[in-house]
Design a protein around this ligand. Structure first.
Ligand code: OFO
Length: 167
């Protein structure tokens, strides 16, 4: 495997690890805030990210490319409210999408169509995740939810619970 592609995939393994921690930390924040639905939703999402990490890890192993697990940055843990958490999650996903697209672009440029084919799954997955967080943001907008405590917070928490149950 081309060195540049191996490095990008290795960075992605570590980025997915970080993403898993980001969502686990959001789960912990939700737990403390008494938001059961959000907690369940972010815990599931954390596990999903861990699955993404495994997928790339396995692909690199199949290709004989050594994986280096780096020190993982501390995930953000201070949030003003649930809206702040949701916005942070959406921004995070946009960054991951850019990283995935860069791998696809590099693989294509280097005519590594095997990696290009492999990373296509992640392109579809990132689209799904952006759609998911877009849906949550749309619901918040519909409710005119700003993160404050009250009935709207309960509705948003229930919505996240519903999404968690369907994932
Ligand atoms: Fe790994 O998909 Fe989100 O970050």
């Amino acid at each position: 495997m081309d060195k540049k592609i191996a490095n990008l995939l290795n960075d992605q393994v570590n980025a997915e690890f970080y993403a898993s921690n980001v969502y686990l930390q959001m789960c912990a924040w939700s737990e403390c805030a008494g938001l059961e639905g959000a907690s369940e939703f972010f815990r599931n999402h954390s596990l999903e990210e861990r699955g993404h990490m495994d997928k790339i890890f396995n692909y690199m192993a199949e290709c004989g490319a050594p994986v280096t697990i780096q020190a993982i940055d501390k995930a953000p843990r201070e949030f003003d409210n649930l809206m702040d958490v949701i916005n942070a999650a959406f921004e995070h996903e946009k960054k991951v999408t850019a990283m995935i697209k860069n791998i696809a672009k590099t693989a294509f440029a280097k005519e590594d169509y095997t990696t290009f084919n492999f990373i296509e799954w992640f392109i579809a997955e990132q689209h799904e995740e952006e759609v998911l967080f877009g849906k949550i943001l749309a619901r918040a907008e519909m409710l005119d939810f700003d993160g404050s405590k009250g009935q709207k917070l309960l509705i948003m928490d229930n919505f996240l619970k519903q999404l968690a149950a369907n994932s």
